[in-house]
Write a protein that binds this ligand. Structure first.
Ligand code: FES
Length: 87
C-alpha cells in the first residue's frame, strides 16, 4: 500500500495492494478520465509533483518514465511511500 496526496484537492488517499490509483480516485469522487485502463492510451495521465513511480504503462517514453513527472493512474504505482499528484 502507498499514499497519494492530491495537491489541488487537499486530499490524502490510501491505495491498497489490490487497487489501482484510478480506482481509489473514483471511489473518492475524483473524476479522472480513462479509456483503455491497460496503460496504453494515455487518457488517465496525471502529473507527479513528488515521489517515485513504478511505471507499468506502455504509453510514456523511456525518457518520460525516467523523468518521473507523469503517471498513468490506471496501471502504475508508487515506489515510495507517498506520491504527490497534480490533481
Ligand atoms: Fe489508458 Fe490509463 S486509461 S493509459
Amino acid at each position: 500500500a502507498f499514499e497519494v496526496d492530491l495537491a489541488r484537492s487537499a486530499l490524502t488517499l490510501q491505495v491498497p495492494a489490490g487497487k489501482t490509483i484510478l480506482e481509489v480516485l473514483r471511489e473518492h469522487g475524483i473524476d479522472m478520465p480513462s479509456s483503455c485502463e491497460q496503460g496504453a492510451c494515455g487518457t488517465c495521465r496525471c502529473g507527479v509533483i513528488e515521489g517515485e513511480v513504478i511505471h507499468q504503462d506502455v504509453y510514456l517514453s523511456n525518457a518520460e518514465k525516467a523523468e518521473g513527472k507523469s503517471i498513468m493512474t490506471c496501471v502504475s504505482r508508487a515506489a515510495s511511500d507517498r506520491l504527490i499528484l497534480d490533481i
